[in-house]
Design a protein around this ligand. Structure first.
Ligand code: SF4
Length: 207
């Protein structure tokens, strides 16, 4: 089952490319933080100016909370995001020489960096064997019956134990794209899905 699913996802998304724009590890981390509850398209609009004028943690730390809030306002939750990003810059500059640490456990201790962000960033940048689980990954893995989990952490644990060969950034990314464009929360494209024969969700709806 898992091989059929992953083969299909590779067929649908042979060369998954990040939809967030960034030019450095630091920018990748900030872009992922900004993408919480926001579309990648909107984040890219905001970061085109933000990263042009404040490309690294040293320059960004010089911004005031109010100024950063204005710059990222349209990504939503701007107050907390600005607070976290400024605190993040401070820690990176003081403890990590302005570099993003190459360790998901350390990343997770940084301001504004939850488990999903730590896993996504460390697997994307450093090839860490981690699966970032967002709302799309949570939904599609459960619908397909590949896991039986209520929370992102449960999905990550079950997936990692059952399918260690698919614990990587490409698998994460393909699951996200599958959820975003094909197996959508509302109106999944079951009529044109090669997995309907195996899909737990599809079978339950068509008994
Ligand atoms: S059959 Fe429908 S619910 Fe199942 S994976 Fe395909 S699109 Fe998603």
């Amino acid at each position: 089952m898992i091989n059929k699913v992953m083969e299909y996802l590779i067929e649908l998304f042979p060369n998954p490319k990040p939809e967030l724009n960034y030019n450095s590890d630091f920018q990748c981390l900030v872009a992922v933080i900004l993408s919480a509850q926001c579309t990648d398209k909107r984040v890219n609009v905001v970061t085109s100016t933000l990263f042009r004028d404040y490309p690294d943690s040293v320059s960004m730390q010089k911004l005031t909370q109010t100024d950063l809030e204005k710059l990222i306002y349209s990504t939503g939750f701007y107050h907390n995001k600005a607070k976290n990003i400024l605190a993040l810059c401070k820690v990176l500059n003081e403890k990590f020489n302005g570099k993003v640490p190459n360790d998901p456990e350390v990343l997770e201790t940084l301001p504004g960096v939850g488990r999903k962000t730590a896993n996504v960033v460390s697997s994307a940048l450093f090839g860490a064997k981690k699966l970032g689980v967002d709302t799309h990954v949570l939904r599609v893995t459960n619908r397909l019956g590949l896991v039986d989990a209520k929370t992102p952490l449960e999905v990550e644990k079950q997936w990692t134990k059952k399918y260690p060969q698919f614990v990587n950034h490409d698998s994460h990314f393909r699951l996200v794209l599958f959820g975003r464009y094909h197996c959508k929360a509302q109106n999944p494209n079951c009529a044109n899905c090669k997995l309907s024969g195996e899909c737990k969700f599809f079978k339950s709806k068509n008994l």
